[in-house]
Design a protein around this ligand. Structure first.
Ligand code: PSV
Ligand code: MN
Length: 427
């Protein structure tokens, strides 16, 4: 547990310096027509879900080097997210992955989360692995895909699994189902490109039809891995076609690592928002492929431009989209990585809020790319850390969350309570 009084005490030592820095920034921003108080309020309103599967140490296919004190149960995962939220004030929800997080007692899990001020975000299905609870006890296999499969009994089980996930999510208060399918082919000729796509569209339509009225279906694309020749939902165009085929409440989910090299992701965000089909985000960062690195660690300027497109879509506010972090921490303490990812999102949002959007629109109207660049850079080169810190203080969180996390000894306490050899479920 992260004790709010201990956080306040840690903040106390830094508060004077913080207020001085905030004052200077407030004046500088006012001169540029930016209201610092409004920016702080918008950053404070922002929240991003923590994925249940990123509370343990990630690995690669070459190895996994677990740290200590990993959560052993879904309740301990919720405890970790509550601790994270106590430090950032911006992780008010957890996103579960089924069956990795299949609870024996959903009502008990809901009560546990409520007591800690944590809610449940979009819930994820899993038909990219074979698990007894998703394959009718091993009667079917997803080796050759799930909704795309040529065998109708495999498709039926995959749909039954999704219905089960929705039922469970309903008991937990979720309002969205996230579907990432590994469906596709690894070799040319292995399957019909069109047949697979049509079967997936049919399956998603069925899943959409059985959603409760206030739910959304989030469809996540990815160009390759594990399918290395042709993934069914390979890009935003395919994703949009699938969403349109599935139904009105089907939306596209953008994972920042799921694009071919040099793709202009902010343009994809703009397009999907334009047609009303932007439904969710999986934030992470990447240099080469689906690297699942700490948000903002490799391409901070891209993140800033994405935030700007989101503000554009929300007319100056972050639109109602399911935001989640989908990172993997091979080397760092998972909670420290999640703190840094959350901080990077808050920071990129604060930078985007410092863009004078009227001035930018004016430069665009006048066909003045140099001035448009000046407007962007004036914001991007501002040190907005005092705005982010102020948003955190407003939410009762830490001025400096990583330093506070270490000072409060959360990991040491977790190792003492849970042991040093525990392994959280997930990939
Ligand atoms: C697939 O690479 C993905 O991004 C999907 O969101 C999965 O649900 C998640 O990673 C699993 O780790
Ligand atoms: Mn993802």
């Amino acid at each position: 547990m992260i004790d709010a009084a201990a956080v306040a005490e840690e903040n106390g030592r830094r508060l004077d310096a913080h207020e001085r820095e905030l004052d200077v920034l407030r004046t500088a921003l006012a001169a540029r027509g930016i209201d610092a108080a409004a920016a702080v309020a918008e950053v404070a309103r922002f929240s991003v879900a923590a994925p249940s599967w990123a509370l343990g140490t990630g690995g690669t296919r070459f190895g996994r080097f677990a740290g200590g004190g990993e959560p052993r149960t879904i309740e301990e995962k919720i405890d970790d997210v509550a601790a994270l939220n106590g430090l950032t004030g911006a992780n008010r929800t957890i996103s579960l992955h089924i069956p990795w997080d299949e609870p024996d007692d959903p009502a008990g899990v809901l009560a546990h989360a409520r007591e800690r001020g944590i809610r449940f975000d979009a819930i994820n299905s899993n038909t990219f692995q074979d698990n007894p609870s998703t394959t009718a006890g091993g009667v079917v296999s997803y080796k050759f895909g799930s909704l795309c499969h040529t065998d109708p009994s495999v498709r039926r089980e995959a749909i039954a699994h999704h219905r089960h996930v929705v039922e469970l999510g309903t008991a937990l208060g979720c309002r969205a189902l996230s579907v990432w399918l590994a469906d596709g082919t690894s070799y040319p000729g292995q399957g019909s490109l069109r047949g697979q796509f049509e079967r997936v569209a049919d399956g998603l339509r069925e899943i959409h039809a059985s959603l409760p009225a206030d739910w959304r279906l989030l469809i996540e694309h990815k160009p390759y891995e594990p399918a290395f020749y042709a993934t069914v939902n390979s890009d935003w165009g395919s994703s949009l076609l699938l969403a349109q085929a599935a139904g009105e409440r089907a939306m596209c989910l953008v994972d920042l690592g799921h694009h071919l090299p040099n793709t202009n992701v902010e343009q994809i965000v703009s397009r999907l928002a334009m047609v009303g089909r932007l439904g969710g985000f999986h934030f992470n960062d990447a240099r080469y492929g689906d690297d699942d690195l700490t948000v903002g660690s490799a391409r901070p300027y891209q993140l800033f431009l994405i935030m700007l497109e989101l503000l554009e879509a929300g007319d100056g506010r972050m639109p109602d989209v399911a935001y989640m972090i989908d990172a993997s921490h091979n080397l760092k303490d998972p909670l420290e990585d999640l703190i840094q990812s959350t901080d990077a999102l808050q920071h990129a949002l604060a930078l985007a809020l410092c863009v004078n959007r009227d001035e930018l629109a004016d430069a665009q109207e006048r066909n003045d790319p140099a001035w448009a660049g000046e407007v962007l850079h004036q914001a991007f080169r501002t040190d907005v850390r005092p705005l982010v810190a102020a948003a955190r203080v407003r939410n009762g969180a830490a001025l400096e969350p990583v330093a506070t996390y270490r000072a409060l000894g959360y990991r040491h306490a977790a190792i003492a309570a849970r042991g040093s050899g525990t392994r959280a479920t997930g990939l």
